[in-house]
Design a protein around this ligand. Structure first.
Ligand code: KIV
Ligand code: ZN
Length: 522
């Protein structure tokens, strides 16, 4: 879709799905998964990818390196605290990027200074200037963020921003770290900072909003209405606590209301839907059905009057089209007679560009499913790719499900027998429970000896009909490690077992990684 607002009115889209988004509980991603998402972000047309926080772990460092090597169009950044060690790691991680940059931050609110940093304003100012000056000796592009800016003293912000601009920062980011700001207030803050900071015209101003009060998108729009030209956001709005500004929402607000705001982005909006589905598959965080833009109900008209209106003229109740965000117009139904070529085409249509090997694996799973279920829908195919291709690679799985038998009746006690392979050895156990899923989870816990707590368990029917695949998502926690696991199957108990075992394997992978780090350092 063409963009016809002046260059100065293009809002840069800075995607932090791989960094702040990954801070969503249970959303941790492997290096491989981050690379898959980064490729899709490039296709989507984001201007900047924040690929990770290189100094935070070896895994993050590697992911930043891999993303830098993978994408060519967007600028790739690593986050770094205002400390020489962090900056050195970040610089090393981004050295292979075509357009590298680093993102240096320090907190500026009195509450953070007093209780977290235990530093005075003078010390924070000195640390920020030192960090930006040091980084500038090695790299051209630096973004500086004043963490908790919306609860910081405006005069202190103006002082610190003036000094870091002088030291070489190219972008100044104003975070609403706690999601506390109100749109009119945040817009006024942005305008005040731009007006009163010396050197403001030499940098791009940026907004980074969290969604604790459900205002992240509104605050980001207020910021650009008041002079900011970069929005930091994540796909599906995932992120720390209630999440970050949702990329698809803020982009579609700018696109749909372009004539009012006179602003636009470089985003290829037709890639929004595939990107949203991909991130949901990889992270295991479902998209709420009423989520604006990408939720299942976003374009569903239920009320009779609405249906009548839409049938007469779509614009009566639709302010954007499903096609404009890439919702597949033709919901082709596949089945057991569908061939490899048709399957490949469908995958591409859904935004998955798989390697030949991955495509072959996915096709085998598709055939297995088509034997069990008459109609295979797009959602089933997405789930196959999620299960088969986007699963956690690297460490071989410690646990494998071999056999499951559940007895359940209206007047008996549900009982389950499970056989699993644990470290190559077959083990079978039996247990009863409050229901079929409970019995099954009890046996798996018995076999694995796991001490994990089940934090959340959700079931979704992927498509309609009694032969629909059920998709189970669970979150478990063990020794402070919280992970999610997903399983899809035409049998809901099987889907539950697969989800739980996947989560247990992830926990084992993390424990293994922790041991390595403890032994050899990050
Ligand atoms: O929310 C925040 O303040 C951040 C900064 C590191 C930019 O994520
Ligand atoms: Zn943040």
């Amino acid at each position: 879709m063409s963009v016809n607002v002046s260059d100065n009115n293009i809002v840069r889209i800075f995607d932090t799905t791989l960094r702040d988004g990954e801070q969503s509980p249970g959303a941790s991603m492997t290096c491989e998964q981050k690379v898959i998402i980064a490729r899709q972000l490039e296709k989507l047309g984001v201007d900047v990818i924040e690929a990770g926080f290189a100094a935070s772990s070896e895994g993050d460092f590697d992911s930043v390196v891999r993303v830098c090597k993978e994408v060519t169009q967007p600028r790739v950044l690593s986050l770094a605290r205002s400390q020489e060690g962090d900056i050195t790691k970040a610089l090393k991680a981004v050295e292979h990027a075509k357009n590298p940059g680093i993102h240096v931050f320090i907190a500026t609110s009195d509450i953070h200074l007093k209780h977290k940093l235990r530093m005075s304003r003078e010390q924070v100012l000195a640390a920020a200037v030192k960090a930006v000056s040091y980084a500038k000796e090695h790299i051209d592009y630096i973004e500086f963020s004043a963490e908790d800016a919306s609860r910081s003293d405006a005069d202190f912000l103006i002082q610190i921003f003036r000094e870091v601009i002088r030291a070489g920062a190219n972008t100044i980011n104003v975070p609403d770290t706690t999601g506390y700001a109100i749109p009119s207030e945040f817009g006024a803050l942005m305008s005040n900072l731009i007006e009163r900071t010396a050197g403001a015209d030499r940098v791009t101003w940026s907004a980074h909003c969290h969604n604790d009060l459900g205002l992240a998108v509104a605050n980001s729009l207020a910021a650009v209405h008041n002079g900011a030209r970069q929005i930091e956001c994540t796909i599906n709005g995932i992120g720390e606590r209630a999440g970050n500004t949702s990329l698809e929402e803020v982009v579609m607000a700018l696109r749909t209301r372009k004539s009012y705001l006179d602003l636009d982005t470089n985003i290829t909006t037709e890639q929004l839907y595939p990107t949203s589905r991909l991130v949901s598959q990889v992270t295991g965080i479902p998209i709420p059905i009423n989520k604006p833009i990408v939720g299942d109900n976003a374009f569903a008209h239920e009320a009779g009057i609405h249906q009548d209106g839409v049938l007469k003229h779509k614009q009566t109740y639709e302010i954007m089209t499903p096609e404009s965000i890439g919702i597949p117009g033709n919901r082709l139904v596949m089945g057991k007679h569908s061939g490899r070529h048709a399957f490949d085409e469908r995958l591409k249509h859904l935004g998955f560009n798989l390697t030949k090997d991955d495509m072959n694996r996915a096709f085998l799973r598709f055939k297995e499913l088509a034997d069990k279920k008459k109609n295979v829908y797009d959602e089933d195919i997405e789930s196959i790719v999620g299960e088969e291709i986007l699963r956690v690679p690297g460490q071989p799985d410690r646990y494998e499900l071999l056999y499951l038998n559940v007895n359940s009746s209206s007047d008996g006690i549900p009982a389950a027998t499970v056989r699993m392979r644990v470290d190559g050895q077959e083990r079978t156990e039996h247990a009863s429970g409050d229901g079929a899923v409970d019995a099954c989870y009890k046996v798996i816990t018995k076999i694995t000896g796991s001490h994990s707590q089940l934090v959340r368990y959700t079931v979704n029917a992927i498509t309609g009909g009694t032969d629909a695949q059920g998709e189970v998502s669970c979150i478990i926690e063990d020794s402070g490690i919280r992970v999610s696991g997903q399983g899809a199957h035409t049998d809901i108990i099987m889907a539950s077992a697969l989800a739980y075992i996947k989560a247990l394997n992830k926990i084992e992978g993390r424990k293994h990684y922790r041991q390595l780090v403890d032994r050899e350092g990050p």
